[in-house]
Design a protein around this ligand. Sequence first.
Ligand SMILES: Cc1cc2nc3c(=O)[nH]c(=O)nc-3n(C[C@H](O)[C@H](O)[C@H](O)COP(=O)(O)OP(=O)(O)OC[C@H]3O[C@@H](n4cnc5c(N)ncnc54)[C@H](O)[C@@H]3O)c2cc1C
Length: 487
Amino acid sequence: MKIIIVGAGIAALSAAARLSQNGHEVIIIESADGPGGKLREKWMDGYRFDLGPSLFTMPKWIDQIFENSQKNPRDYYKYIRLEKNCNYFYEDGVSFTAYADHNTYKQEIHQKLGVTLDKLDEYLAATKRMYDITAHIFLEKSLHKLGSYFSWKVVKSLFQLAAIRPFDVMNTMNQSYFSSKHIVQYFNRFATYNGSNPYSAPATLNLINHLEHGIGAYFPLGGMFQITNSIYQLCLEQGVKFNFNTKVDKIIIEKGKAVGVATINGSIKSDVVISNMDIYPTYKVLLKEQQYPKRILIQEKSSSALIFYWGIDIQFKELDLHNVLFSNNYFEEFRYIFDLKSIYQDPTIYINITSKYNPSDAPTGGENWFVMINVPNNSGQDWELLKKQARANIILKLQRILKVDLTPHIKVEEVLDPILIEEKTSSYRGALYGNASNNPLSAFFRHPNFSGKIKNLYFCGGSVHPGGGIPLAVMSGKIVADLIKKW
Ligand SMILES: Cc1cc2nc3c(=O)[nH]c(=O)nc-3n(C[C@H](O)[C@H](O)[C@H](O)COP(=O)(O)OP(=O)(O)OC[C@H]3O[C@@H](n4cnc5c(N)ncnc54)[C@H](O)[C@@H]3O)c2cc1C
């Protein structure tokens, strides 16, 4: 079949590699000048920056793409498992490192945060169990096809659903295990991995901690962009055609079937269309003459991010690849993001420094800082003012915690805000992960990977099932390829 994919994000690349391997003719039409969507890179005056994602988990799901094509993933990209997953700093001077090694991790938390080893074991076992019960139901198959539920493994999991605590809240579960404010804040942070609020998101999301700590955090040599680049190379080898700098304006529907797309250069016919564009504009722009699924599109959107790409001329021994400087009032920080749609004056700061592992990412003696804070998605706020205030508050917090005035050391600077995220990738309101997961039924309100009304129309990417983040977006590409295989 001839298959057109709208967009060249990571989900589209995952689908294209699989579909071309299955013998289909695949054409990707992308409005930007290269592949990757949010997963791209940029060089500025000798500093390299990964523009979007910085944390790499579940590499086996990327490897599977190559293995599916009988290729060795290591011939395309290499990665290492991190020994230190992340360094955490609190305003009261407490700090700890989340080590990958299980015993060192537990000892560190025990010694630095005063948590008993038994309680920690109990908690980690509970979050692992949540992952084991849910992953194969919620992440690896379409939630919206009856056939997905017909297996003994799924039936067994359905009987264990109480263990995933879908009607509890993340923070409530974490407080029920620990009295230390520091550890509760650390485990609450995993809500931000899909743009949600730990004070309302279901306790089930505590399983995200297992992805990072239990399964591991990784670093692709050469930077995150190597993930994009490697799958792109595989697609080219398998004959996938890429039309860059070309925006799709419409998905053409005839007699209830998707039959191609229209661009400024004319229309292209196909047997199947897959949209990797965010589901909201897919309906509102590409399918505007069609009925849209209101119930799904009106769901609360995830948070967005404000990122400062700073090339600096000094180095920090106390920092590693991933670093978090926690807000002193986490509850307020999330109240600002989700209720007030603004930015708290003491935001949690995430600093990613790939030059710690890739020295060539910064000039000698310097570092490439990706400084990110979680912010609301765009609803018309005064972003120029918010950015100015946030920058000043970040500089002050760095001064309090790292005891340095960074201002004179910033040699290169660029900023990404929710408006630019939407402009560059079409993500509605600049939300990073499509819908937020702030209620127990969120997983069921993500759009399916296919259209129930229009034949031969499919959807992949972070705004549809199973959700945002590289691993899930990649999985959505696999689910679509599997659905088309069965078709
Ligand atoms: C700042 C930031 C930090 C993040 N951090 C992490 C992280 O640490 N770890 C992690 O796993 N995930 C992270 N994420 C999320 C992750 O990047 C995304 O979930 C994932 O990359 C989404 O991929 P996608 O395939 O859905 O689409 P996208 O990357 O959004 O790509 C969609 C593509 O479609 C193209 N397109 C849209 N409309 C059209 C059209 N009409 N015509 C042609 N082309 C079109 C766009 O140009 C774009 O290239 C982060 C995201 C951001 C922005």
